[in-house]
Design a protein around this ligand. Sequence first.
Ligand code: NDP
Length: 322
Amino acid sequence: MNAIQIHETGGPEVLQLTELPIPVPGPGQVLIRIEAVGVNFIEIYFRTGQYKAALPMIPGSEAAGTVEELGPGVTGFAAGDAVASTSVLGSYAEYALVNAAQLVKVPDGLAPEQAAAAMLQGMTAHYLAYSTCPLKGGDTALVHAGAGGVGLLLTQIATRIGARVITTVSSPAKAELSREAGASDVILYTEQDFEAEVKCFTDGKGVDVVYDSVGKTTFEKSLNCLRPRGLLALFGASSGPVPLFDLIQLSGKGSLYITRPTLWHYIATRAELEWRAGDVLGWAAKGELKLRTEHLYPLAQAAQAQADLGARKTTGKILLEP
Ligand code: NDP
């Protein structure tokens, strides 16, 4: 099978197309034939060495496709089922293994590209809005990178709950997309001081929650955008990791909360996985969650896909087609 492999950390060029044997499912595992691979920012952290992994590795954890073969002891799935997962063991490939416990069925009518676009970023948006800081009608949230993969979905999910969403983006074209997703106010944070703008939009009160995936360049001002006892959910580091931080500052800035959540702890049980995947795939199938999927690359162009994601050239989801 064709697969992308990394033998050393580095720039996008370390993502090499390779011919490898199709893996054989072990106990509890399912072999899937991949039809759409979801590209996510975390793969850049692994490629550059910011996150550690054993090498060589096939990158990627998100894919949608069909069940090819069941390993010993697997029940609940059959060959030919349409499935998706965010826990694929190397999804930049034509075939891959997944533990059956982390695989879900895709509802009828949802194309593999849509399923792969909805799963990881959709369940992230879901846990941020429903669990990390359970939003309610009337809350105000600040979402950074509002036209990104997570940003567009989080804005839609937060607004369907009834929250007001203020976003930041880097260009007028991205601002337009963010508004279409439901943002009430959009700030061009590459030109405007987002802290001052947020204060202005909230009559000086600040927001209830900031969802910050940008990290280094936004972290400090994100704290300043919060109301007293507000929550900063720092869930990514697209601009780089935040510097060391003295917790006493949380007191001075209004008894604030910070959390650094990750999806894996919010889909750790089968019940939570089925809840979140069921919601986002179901909404996507009904057209209630709009997926932006026009960034489609052949598997062999994985390096270009990651380069574009890292260079802020993309909006919504990036997919690879094996
Ligand atoms: P995005 O589509 O959001 O792409 C990243 C965006 O970040 C860019 O488009 C850009 O938007 C913005 N950005 C700001 N500064 C930079 C910079 N210096 N370099 C690159 N991008 C920058 O990616 P994803 O939706 O895949 O992921 C968003 C973030 O969420 C990532 O940090 C990812 O690691 C994190 N994440 C965390 C999860 C978790 O559970 N903790 C799960 C999923 C994702 P703009 O041009 O508008 O500034």
